[in-house]
Design a protein around this ligand. Structure first.
Ligand code: FAD
Ligand code: DLZ
Ligand code: SF4
Length: 505
């Protein structure tokens, strides 16, 4: 009897567990463009177009390889518009022994498939380096789940950047070399660009054209071959400088020296271990320095794997956590409303244009702002899930709920990632073009990050006063004279009032 093999839009890997376990001569692959997946978050049109284009190309490559693929396009008249509905439809068209599923990356879909009236055989998603039980074995019994120690285990497990049983160069982590402030200019033209599938662009423009973000120009790679070309290009021209300027930001430079491969990795077009091995080879051949290569490999075998481990370990309620009890609504500035804050305007505008912002923009501009302003983390999570082409809940939620909003109470971060305008000033040239004065602590031009930073510390004193990593912040605040503190708090309150009223702030 035939088995159906489900391949989701972020499972576009020829070595997918489900495909490895299926029988090409007998089983049928099911791939479906469906409205339920395209609409469960108001995804950026570029993300939807990327997914559909990559799915279509992947389906064709499977057919070329001899698979029988039942592919539903979004506008097929018989399309039931949900993954479960499509599986039931295909199952009822023939005698089916069951469905082979490779574990989806989101509880929502895992639960939907568990409810199917057909036997489902779920396989692990083994495109990751750590299995769920590897992560649990590492995490069980630890007081704190610090990424750094997990990362060292992943280095040992993969053998990447190892010198026998010692880390290459004598240290595990070269992060202190990777915090150079923004250079005057960038000597890299950015990621390689590819031509889109016009039929998909037209479809997405018609169905999802009103979502936040620009559909065109569309330039993402949509096949494994082109994603590999994109990676080769980045290794050749940008990797050597990746470490130095990893945290830097410049006006009108959305990509800096970043790889822009998150979307390819997460959709399955690139394999994380193979990417890291290629990057390690660039170090071994003398092409790229150790701080760049170690920093990059840590992001993938460290942070990326660790975030997935946390998502599955913490369970379904993780996305609803709100340890700091923040309840402000997401202000319109996140959807492109005019703002005087140049750092926010830059980050949101490039997010709309490219469905991309790099890590420090996500963490220390939009994330920092949301945290300081006390925005409900659920709304922040929904925003990040919608607007980035690489956003899938297993990786997005721990980054947002845990790392950025401290809403999980400190599972991921040992202290909240907050900063005044000073950090943004140090790492970017944004403040030079801003209507606010980054040096102004109070007054009509005071940088809102300055006001909100102190207000955050003041209102969460009970939670953070005893945190050894925050003692210094409280000492500085407590040393300020009382009238100054009162002024800061009053101005922060007034500024937030204007934000809530919808004024241009
Ligand atoms: P590079 O800077 O070139 O890094 C290379 C790769 O390392 C990335 O492609 C990614 O696969 C991995 N990586 C780096 N940092 C992380 C991290 N913190 N967690 C997991 N993987 C990491 N990443 C996503 O893939 N999807 C998301 O939805 C997502 N949401 C985020 C939300 C917030 C608030 C923050 C602070 C970070 C988020 N990240 C997310 C992590 C990181 O910002 C992106 O992976 C990175 O910006 C992608 O761009 P790049 O490919 O140019 O990465
Ligand atoms: C992101 C996405 C979108 C926009 N559309 C589809 C789709 O139509 N069909 C599909 O199989 N997958 C899609 N995806 C990816 C899924 O949402 C993803 O598999 C789940 O969120 C689990 O990570
Ligand atoms: Fe952002 Fe403040 Fe700098 Fe303006 S002055 S760019 S608001 S950090």
């Amino acid at each position: 009897m035939v088995r159906l093999v489900l391949v989701l839009g972020d499972q576009l890997s020829t070595n997918l567990h489900g495909l490895r376990k299926a029988d090409k001569t007998r089983d049928v692959v099911v791939m479906s463009e469906v409205d339920a997946e395209a609409r469960y978050a108001p995804h950026h049109p570029k993300k939807i177009a990327f997914t559909f284009m990559a799915m279509r190309q992947f389906a064709q490559s499977l057919r070329n390889d001899g698979w029988d693929v039942r592919y539903s396009k979004l506008d097929d008249p018989d399309n039931t518009q949900s993954i479960a509905g499509e599986l039931i439809r295909h199952a009822s068209a023939q005698v089916t022994a069951g469905i082979i599923v490779t574990e989806p990356g989101e509880w929502r879909l895992i639960d939907a498939l568990a409810d199917l009236p057909i036997p489902v055989h779920t396989l692990s998603d083994d495109r990751f380096i750590a299995t769920h039980s590897d992560f649990d074995d590492w995490a069980d019994g630890r007081k704190q789940l610090r990424m750094e120690y997990f990362y060292r285990d992943m280095r040992r497990k993969t053998g990447l950047l190892m010198d026998g049983d010692k880390p290459e160069g004598g240290k595990w982590n070269y992060d202190h070399d990777n915090r150079k402030p923004a250079p005057n200019d960038i000597k890299y033209d950015g990621p390689l660009r590819f031509s889109p599938d016009q039929e998909v662009l037209d479809l997405v423009a018609t169905q999802y054209g009103d979502n936040f973000g620009d559909l065109t120009p569309f330039w993402f790679a949509t096949t494994a071959q082109d994603a590999q070309k994109s990676l080769d290009h980045w290794i050749g021209y940008a990797l050597p400088k990746f470490g130095d300027y990893q945290d830097a930001m410049l006006t009108d430079q959305p990509f800096m020296y970043h790889a822009i491969i998150g979307l390819y990795l997460n959709a399955g077009l690139l394999d994380p271990l193979a990417v890291c091995q290629q990057v390690e080879a660039a170090y071994r051949s003398g092409h790229a320095p150790l701080n760049a290569v170690e920093g990059f490999i840590r992001q993938i075998i460290g942070w990326r794997e660790y975030m997935r481990g946390i998502y599955f370990r913490e369970g379904r309620d993780y996305i609803g956590r709100n340890n700091l009890q923040h309840d402000r609504k997401l202000p319109p500035v996140f959807w492109g409303a005019q703002t005087k804050m140049h750092c926010m305007a830059q980050t949101v505008a490039q997010t709309a244009r490219e469905a991309y912002a790099h890590h420090i923009q996500r963490l220390m501009v939009t994330g920092n702002f949301a945290l300081l302003a006390g925005i409900d983390p659920k709304h922040v999570h929904e925003w990040y899930l919608a607007v980035y082409a690489d956003a899938y809940e297993w990786v997005e939620a721990p980054n947002v709920i845990g790392m950025s909003q401290f809403a999980d109470g400190g599972i991921i971060a040992s202290k909240p990632y907050i900063s005044s305008g000073n950090y943004i000033h140090k790492m970017s040239n944004y403040c030079k073009s801003c209507a606010y004065g980054v040096q102004d602590k109070t007054g009509p031009d005071a940088c809102p990050f300055n006001l909100l930073y102190w207000q955050f510390l003041d209102r969460h004193r009970d939670k953070f006063k005893g945190n050894p990593r925050m003692g210094n912040m409280y000492r500085v605040w407590d040393r300020m004279d009382e009238a100054k503190r009162a002024l800061v708090l009053a101005e922060a309150h007034a500024w937030l009032g204007k934000l809530d009223a919808g004024d241009v702030v």
